[in-house]
Design a binder for this molecule. Structure first.
Ligand code: S3P
Length: 437
């Protein structure tokens, strides 16, 4: 699939975006091992989370899906997971692979986790190391998937994480539910805290400091009703479309605004974006709000590296904001972007250059020279967020833009094309053969 986008006049309106990917994965995994039933609404019916769902079903968890975004999980309880008959396919999802590593390290059986070409190239030692310290036995392909996990009796751990990663933190916490001792985790900087919040919401005692988490091992979550907020990461593409448009105001409802995720709003506001956060309330332990974004005149800035972990998935969108801003925007401290679904520093720099925007790439960031976006052909490198970023950029381009290899958009934002079309974007998803003919 490719996106074919023509210059568009964005119109004002109200949209919804799908459920939060991180929270949907966690609801499945914690619901899957909980005592009792967990009902999830607002579930992200995207390929990444469906990979987690299928893996739990393959281990004997009963999951009903009365509607695409509603799931009912009959928790398997302590020691309730059954050995899977086949390999567990995590698809494109780093979150699924890393969180399941933790969940499966303390089971009484062996499991094997595989992924697609992108995931098979992503680093796994960051979870293997702390889990091994807890007693896990995990074999990898030189630090990369596939992973073979021989379930072991686990002990506690006191671990200072060298990389800021919510996935690593969460893997340790999930393993901790099966460990005999206490788990103490020190983060280098604060990262998304959905696991800690959901554990607490499901009755697990977690003692939290700013960047230190302590959890007694062997606790069992209890089933709960979980309402998943709309994903701020997906909402960011709509916010971006609105702020770079010439005259539009767009509202997105029920968006997760957990402060460990809102770096994107802080950065865009520092660039001069008009974004309002209204009607803040809670879905369980997660704050949500309605976001309203209006056409804005953006200025280049030096992005504060302290905000990187709070906006880790939004840099592709922020690179586009920078391309639409007046002057230079400097990004630094983005080393982790090189090991996401693609090397996002280089894929974004390459794509922007293809649209005639000047970018100086550095080892851990880039300088984006704001200016006119012309037309052209952009490779997404199979990265969902890169594909969506360029689709949005294309709405303000001078000429048409072809974004190649966009299938992965359905991992996180099914309905992206329809959502953008509803706002007046001239975007079509076309099969390669149609485009090439
Ligand atoms: C995620 C954490 C982040 C993020 C990913 C989802 C999570 O990864 O990039 O899309 O759900 O925990 P890291 O924690 O590895 O930075």
């Amino acid at each position: 699939m490719n996106f074919v986008v023509e210059p568009s006049v964005l119109k004002s309106g109200a949209v919804t975006v799908p459920g939060d990917k991180s929270i949907s994965h966690r609801a499945l995994m914690l619901g899957g091992i909980a005592g009792g039933q967990t009902r999830v609404s607002g579930f992200l019916d995207g390929e990444d989370c469906l990979a987690s769902l299928a893996a739990l079903e393959a281990m004997g968890v009963r999951i009903d899906k009365p509607a695409a975004t509603e799931i009912v999980i009959q928790g398997a309880g302590a020691a309730g997971l059954r050995p899977p008959e086949n390999v567990l396919d995590m698809g494109n999802s780093g979150t699924a692979m890393r969180l399941f590593s933790g969940l499966l390290a303390g089971q009484s059986f062996t499991s094997q986790l595989v992924g697609d070409a992108s995931l098979s190239n992503r680093p796994m030692n960051r979870v293997i190391k702390p889990l091994t310290m807890m007693g896990a036995d995990i074999q990898s392909n030189d630090g990369k998937p596939p992973l073979v996990i021989h379930g072991q009796k686990l002990n506690g751990v006191n671990y200072s994480m060298p990389v800021a990663s919510a996935q690593v933190k969460s893997a340790i916490l999930l393993a901790g539910l099966y460990s005999s001792g206490e788990v103490v985790i020190h983060e280098p900087v604060i990262t998304r805290d959905h696991t800690e919040r959901m554990l607490g919401f499901m009755g697990v005692k977690v003692n939290r400091g700013e960047t230190r988490i302590i959890m007694r091992g062997g606790q069992r979550p209890m089933g709960a009703r979980i309402q998943v907020p709309a994903d701020l990461s997906s909402a960011s593409f709509v916010v971006l479309a609105a702020i770079i448009s010439s005259d539009a105001e767009v509202t997105i409802s029920d968006v997760g605004v957990n402060s460990t995720r809102t770096g994107v709003i802080q950065i865009l506001k520092a660039m001069g974006a008009d974004i309002k956060i209204q009607n803040v309330r809670l879905f369980g332990d997660e704050p949500v709000a309605d976001l309203t974004a209006r056409s804005s005149s953006l200025q280049g800035i030096d992005v504060d590296p302290a905000l990187v972990s709070l906006a880790i998935d939004e840099f592709p969108a922020l690179f586009i904001a920078a391309a639409c801003a007046k002057g230079k925007t400097r990004f630094s401290g983005l080393g982790e972007l090189r090991v996401k679904e693609s090397d996002r520093i280089s894929t974004m720099a390459e794509g922007l250059r293809a649209l005639s925007v000047a970018v100086d790439e550095t080892e851990d960031g880039a300088v984006v020279h704001g200016g006119t976006i012309y037309g052209g052909k952009v490779k997404s490198h199979g990265d969902h967020r890169v594909a969506m970023s360029f689709a949005v950029a294309a709405t303000v381009a001078k000429w048409g833009v072809l974004v190649e290899d966009t299938d992965a958009v359905s991992t996180s934002f099914p309905g992206f094309v329809a959502c953008m079309q509803s706002l007046g974007a001239n975007i079509q998803g076309e099969q390669d053969s149609v485009v090439n003919s």
